[in-house]
Design a protein around this ligand. Structure first.
Ligand code: ZN
Length: 290
């Protein structure tokens, strides 16, 4: 799939096109057969069928534990799409697998990946918004969206989505890639980090690059974004130009950072379904994905 823009990346709703209609409010569950996006301990439960791995479809799957509470998140191809949490200890029948799902999950098609991402984000919010963070009383859903209102103090709460920046720094033909200690050997990616209070996205870019690598940047430009439902981030992508400084790695977050070029690439770079790779392909390697 050609991806001229980041909206076409998985986890962004554009991937679903008009096949998906979001629930407009605490949509009552019609009880009719539908599609089941079951999240089991951070993995997406899928069935092995002839065409590949698919979300379970039809009546409520018999293997869903009795206590599992579905949330209708919209309609997928005309049928209700329900998100359901399931504990990792619960067993699955042999034809059903819990598939790790992230941008590296090549066995899942992009629509399935995106529906799973939405389910994960919705369930994360549902799990974390049962009680009012102000007074501790229970909350109820505000009609028209995913907001919650406290039954005791009336405070309203809305889904928490955490902005992160991710940035490619360029110096002539070279570009700066860094690696975290927990990544697979040889894997390098972009500098990234969470937005801080009192900070614009561009200021966050400047701070993260400085903190993690010791490098100063200028000419910071926004290039697109990707929903990152692990569990609830928004990745805002940037490119920036080198302005000065020598690489000095912050050993608490980064294991190594180096200047690379097209003739000297690390053994492994981020998966093609991530905005990190999209930025590398478009702004470091000048490739159009095909
Ligand atoms: Zn309250």
């Amino acid at each position: 799939m050609s991806r001229p823009e980041t909206v076409n990346l998985p986890f962004n709703a554009t991937v679903l096109a008009d096949r998906f209609v979001p629930a407009t409010q605490g949509m009552p569950d019609s009880g009719e057969p539908g599609i089941w996006a079951v999240i089991r301990g951070g993995a997406l439960v899928v069935e092995q069928r002839e065409g590949g791995l698919c979300l379970p479809a039809g009546e409520r799957p018999a293997w869903l534990p009795a206590g599992a509470d579905p949330v209708v998140i919209g309609r997928w191809e005309g049928r209700p799409l329900r998100a359901v949490p399931m504990a990792a200890r619960e067993e699955l029948p042999p034809s059903v697998v819990a598939e790790p799902f992230n941008a590296s999950a090549e066995r899942l098609d992009e629509a399935t990946l995106t529906l799973g991402g939405m389910a994960q984000q919705v369930l994360h919010w549902e799990r974390n918004s049962r009680c009012c963070p102000r007074c501790g009383a229970v909350t109820e859903r505000i009609s028209g969206g995913w907001g919650k209102r406290c039954v005791a103090c009336d405070a309203e709460h809305f889904p928490h989505i955490h902005p992160c920046v991710i940035v490619l720094v360029r110096r002539g033909d070279e570009f700066l890639l860094a690696r975290k200690p927990e990544w697979a050997p040889g894997r390098y990616g972009l500098v990234a980090g969470f937005l801080d209070m009192g900070e614009s996205l561009e200021e966050c870019v400047r701070r993260e690059v400085r903190e993690e690598t010791g490098v100063e940047v200028t000419n910071i430009r926004y290039v697109g974004s990707q929903c990152w439902p692990f569990p609830s981030q928004l990745m805002a992508g940037f490119v920036a130009d080198y302005a000065g400084g020598e690489i000095r790695v912050d050993a608490t977050e980064i294991e190594d950072a180096r200047w690379f070029c097209t003739d000297l690439m690390p053994p492994s770079i981020p998966p093609r379904r991530s905005i990190a790779r999209w930025i590398i392909d478009h702004y470091a390697l000048n490739l159009e994905e095909s």
